[in-house]
Design a protein around this ligand. Structure first.
Ligand SMILES: Cc1cc2nc3c(=O)[nH]c(=O)nc-3n(C[C@H](O)[C@H](O)[C@H](O)COP(=O)(O)O)c2cc1C
Ligand SMILES: [Mn+2]
Length: 474
């Protein structure tokens, strides 16, 4: 498996999925190219060099894991797997992972270049302004934010966006106060102390995936990344904070997150994963950047939120979580789970065994679908990862007057663009969810007009057997 981001980029290049781009402008253009590439059929990863206004070698890597193939590669799965099989393989591995704590090493390449105190200058990096109406440049669009609990040895390392405001000032944005970074920071602030903090940019993709996982309080994303790789993450201790830092990362910011009672800065707006700006600039905690370390020819890792279906991860990892939730709740015969429209629509495929089986799955999936307004349940002959097939089932098996339910006051967030202004003003961010039962009605499913189409496994077998004739160029 890859040791660091550079080895991962070489693997991506090896499967022909890397494009190199010279001369782009970090203000809007790199974001624009990233969005166009993420929406194109090949969805290539991008390595920008000779960035306008910056020395050669100061690079930016984007669209790291946006295709299903590269999401599989990042997990160490065969990138040739069909997406639904890759997600299934991940769901199975994920349920059996053993957390693996990091190991300390003596040296880190990012100590090749050190800026301390008055030397700190984030403007030396080509920090992109990703979208046109963004409030400023974001060095953290996929960076790990590392904090340590003052009362225990819990180290949290998850992803929160980081905006640059001045040469040594950035803000960190917690979506809500339940974020682990926010919980830990508050424990320092309540004692009148700033919170020691490290921002890690250009970590390897196992840490990017881990930083997005919902882990329980007290669990470390470093241990989960080690479990993904089957090998401990190598760390060194930050000279100022003592916090563990992945030794092979590219660019590190070390310092303190100041108590908001002392200072905040207006953060955002920032284009969100829904494809909107749901919130205007809001006050956010400020990090005083005391030191910056970076590798020679550093690679800034960027994963800006983009209009759906473009998403940070080409496999819907949250759907793997929901699939696991269904099994844990005792719902049998689930054959697949997927999310479309960047997590905003959840689909479950199952083999109906009893009346109410499909609705049972729909309710559990709906309860756990963050911000998702649409949940669909389909029979086992429908591939949940294929949106056209899912809509075929909806239009030919679902009688809306009988098989659609609306659940009110369900889980969404302030990022939801359809929360009405008056609700948003009082912090009410719930929405309703439509549960669509697109399965054949259980009572007469065996008398349902038979489908003329191949079963998905039959289609896959034929595609494999005749691939030379069907895709002569490959
Ligand atoms: C690219 C990317 C950007 C994200 N940006 C934010 C953010 O700005 N604020 C936030 O609270 N969560 C953000 N998230 C979601 C969190 O990383 C995710 O929910 C994580 O599980 C939170 O970890 P925690 O439980 O340790 O707080 C982002 C996720 C990704 C993949
Ligand atoms: Mn956490």
């Amino acid at each position: 498996m890859y040791k660091d981001l550079r080895e991962y980029i070489a693997l991506v290049d090896g499967i022909g999925a890397l494009r190199r781009i010279d001369g782009a402008d970090p203000r809007f253009e790199i974001g624009g190219i990233t969005e166009v590439a993420a929406g194109s059929p090949e969805q290539p990863a991008l390595l920008f060099d000779n960035i306008k206004g910056f020395p050669a070698g100061f690079r930016i890597f984007s669209n790291a894991t946006t295709s299903s193939q590269r999401a599989a590669l990042a997990l160490g799965l065969d990138p040739g797997l069909r997406p639904i099989d890759a997600l299934k393989a991940w769901k199975e591995r994920r349920s059996k992972l053993t957390m693996l704590p990091p190991v300390e090493v003596k040296e880190a390449p990012f100590m090749q270049n050190v800026q301390i105190g008055a030397d700190v200058d984030l403007h030396r990096f080509p920090v992109p302004t990703w979208h046109k109406k963004d409030g400023g440049p974001y060095i953290g669009s996929g960076s790990l934010v590392v904090t340590g609990d003052p009362g225990s040895d819990w180290v949290n390392a998850s992803i929160y966006r980081v905006q640059v405001h001045a040469r040594n000032r950035v803000t960190v944005q917690f979506d809500h106060l339940g974020r682990h970074g926010a919980i830990i920071a508050k424990r320092y602030w309540d004692q009148g102390q700033p919170c020691p903090i490290v921002i890690v940019n250009g970590q390897d993709p196992s840490l990017f995936i881990s930083g997005f996982e919902y882990l329980p309080e007290g669990a470390s994303e470093y241990d989960f990344a080690g479990a993904i790789k089957g090998q401990s993450i190598e760390i060194i201790r930050g000279p100022r904070t003592g916090l563990p830092i992945p030794a092979h990362a590219e660019i590190i910011l070390e310092g303190k997150l100041l108590p908001p009672s002392e200072v905040t800065l207006p953060e955002g707006p920032f284009g969100e994963f829904t494809g909107y700006y749901a919130a205007d600039a809001r006050p956010a905690p400020v990090m005083d950047v005391e030191a910056v370390y970076y590798r020679d020819n550093p690679i800034l890792f960027g994963s800006p939120p983009l209009k759906p279906p473009r998403f940070h991860f080409g496999l819907p990892f949250r759907a793997a979580g929901i699939w696991g939730n269904l099994e844990a709740a005792g719902v049998t015969d689930i054959v697949g789970a997927w999310q479309h429209v960047s997590q905003l629509m959840t689909v479950i495929a199952l083999k109906q065994r009893y009346a109410g089986h499909a609705k049972r799955a729909a309710m559990i999936a709906g309860a756990n679908s963050y911000m998702g307004r649409i949940v669909v349940v389909v029979d086992e002959d429908v591939d949940p990862s294929n949106l056209a097939d899912v809509m075929w089932a909806v239009t030919t098996r679902c009688e809306p007057s009988e098989a659609v339910d609306i659940v009110r006051n369900a889980w969404s967030s302030s990022l939801d663009p359809r929360i009405p202004p008056e609700a948003r003003a009082v912090g009410a961010t719930s929405h309703s969810k439509m549960l669509i039962d697109a399965c054949k009605p259980f009572a007469w499913k065996d008398a349902y007009p038979p489908s003329s189409a191949l079963m998905p496994d039959e289609a896959a077998e034929i595609a494999d057997k005749w691939k030379h004739a069907l895709n002569p160029q490959k």
